[in-house]
Design a protein around this ligand. Structure first.
Ligand SMILES: Cc1ncc(COP(=O)(O)O)c(C=O)c1O
Length: 440
């Protein structure tokens, strides 16, 4: 579908007003000079207000318990109607508007789940929603927001630029700006996930929560620690955007450089001031995971839970996959799977990366003789081990050794690490020149 049919470009007059020099309009709910520590009562109030509008998602024991030596329970927030926990905060923030603001509407800047959540609940509650999305926002999410009746403007190369535009437009048009991770009502709304977790797994020992701007972990940690002070709260980020870990080290939110990540929902350069103020004493540990383990976590969830979870949503499990929480062995651990909105094309790539990280997709280069039958011999060796060939390519022109030799590049699928090891051993004992793994 043509993008221009779905989204409106902002009027020229307003677009011109977004210049680099212009100061950003301050969001009075997220003032760095007056950070708010959200009280527990606000989470209970939110739970009462949003009941009926939000799914109480299941929190079920997983088969992965046997794989990782801890009693794992998954809080399945990807089963919310728009595919993420963001609906909790969005619904509460909208429910809390006064009559006048309900009529005027609200504005937000988001590339994904916050936008979807606001658009859907705005439609449900009959509140006009405007969302400023950066140019990098996935078309699938833009289309979905438009379907829910929101007004979408595509402005800004990144979220920071979209936010600058949104706060200004909000001020000009009387639309309330709702920060997706730092507005106090958003934090209180997200906290309702923590209340449910305590009801569903009353004797939990620990809860692992992915962290972006910090709205989810601050609300959920507030709820859990208020009711179960001994539960360990662990926050997880990708190595590509460790902004909450950096904030914890610095004792305040600090700008952290971002790099492209599978966990796009977590890519926030500076965490929320209220989120940080609320959560800083409640988080026991922050963990940073490798990208390949996020891919592997997504793969495990597909294969073992039959669950489609996006990168940000699977980051908590990635900490377990990477072996970074040995202190939780034998403990009852709830892992928040907070979103499922992943593009199908991205999912395909992630599966391949996950298979590679798991040692089930292998590649190697082997030098064989240029006699008829040499490649047949190689493929026979592979077939005899029950390994499945995915790609094979051979070249003569660029190899430097023997002119009667051919280099064969192979990509193949094995059952598991052990099976890969078996193939590796067989190749080593048959061929002198072998480059195994991702080095070639
Ligand atoms: C799926 C998913 N998980 C986790 C997060 C992180 O939430 P927060 O920004 O409140 O820390 C987000 C944020 O957009 C998300 O979309």
């Amino acid at each position: 579908m043509d993008e221009t049919l779905l989204v409106s470009e902002p009027p020229e007059k307003r677009r011109k007003s977004m210049t680099e020099e212009e100061p950003e309009v301050v969001d009075r709910f997220c003032d760095p000079t007056k950070p708010i520590s959200v009280p527990f009562q606000d989470v209970s109030a939110a739970a009462y207000k949003i009941r009926g509008g939000i799914e109480r998602t299941p929190c079920l024991r997983s088969q992965m318990t046997h794989l990782y030596g801890m009693k794992i329970f998954f809080k399945k927030e990807f089963l919310q109607y728009t595919g993420s926990f963001k609906e909790r905060g969005a619904r509460y923030a909208l429910e809390m508007l006064n009559k006048d603001q309900r009529a005027k509407g609200v504005i937000a800047a988001s590339a994904g789940n916050h936008a979807l959540a606001l658009a859907y609940h705005g439609q449900e509650l009959n509140i006009p929603i405007t969302v400023i999305m950066p140019k990098i926002a996935p078309l699938m999410k833009i289309q979905a927001c438009t379907k829910f009746g929101a007004t979408i403007h595509i402005v800004g190369a990144n979220l920071a630029e979209s936010k600058k535009y949104a706060t200004k437009m909000g001020e000009e048009q009387g639309l309330l700006y709702i920060n997706g991770y730092d507005h106090p009502h958003i934090i209180a709304g997200q906290g309702t996930m923590g209340l449910e977790i305590v009801e569903q797994v009353p004797d939990l020992d620990a809860c692992i929560i992915p962290v972006g701007g910090g709205g989810l972990i601050s609300g959920a940690a507030l709820a859990i620690k208020s009711l179960r002070p001994n539960v360990t709260i662990i926050g997880v980020e990708s190595e590509k955007c460790p902004s909450f870990s950096e904030a914890m080290k610095a004792g305040k939110p600090v700008y952290t450089e971002l790099h492209s990540t599978l966990a796009d929902g977590l890519a926030v350069p500076t965490v929320g001031v209220n989120a940080f103020e609320t959560a800083k004493h409640l988080i026991d540990r922050m963990i940073v995971v490798k990208e390949e383990n996020i891919a592997l976590a997504i793969l495990r969830l597909l294969e073992m839970e039959k669950a489609v979870v996006e990168g940000a949503g699977a980051t908590g499990l990635a900490a377990i996959v990477e072996g970074l929480v040995p202190e939780l062995a034998g403990k009852k651990v709830v892992v928040a799977l907070c979103g499922g909105n992943i593009d199908t094309t991205a999912l395909g790539r992630v599966i391949e990366r996950g298979l590679a990280a798991d040692g089930r997709l292998q590649r190697f280069v082997v030098t064989v003789s240029d006699r008829p039958g040499s490649i047949a011999e190689l493929t026979k060796l592979i077939a005899n081990l029950g390994v499945s060939l995915k790609d094979i390519f051979h070249e003569r022109a660029w190899i430097k050794s023997d002119i009667f030799a051919v280099q064969v590049k192979v990509v193949c699928e094995t059952r598991d690490q052990e099976h890969s090891q078996e193939l590796h051993e067989a190749l080593k004992s048959r061929y002198t020149h072998l480059v195994w793994g991702p080095r070639y």
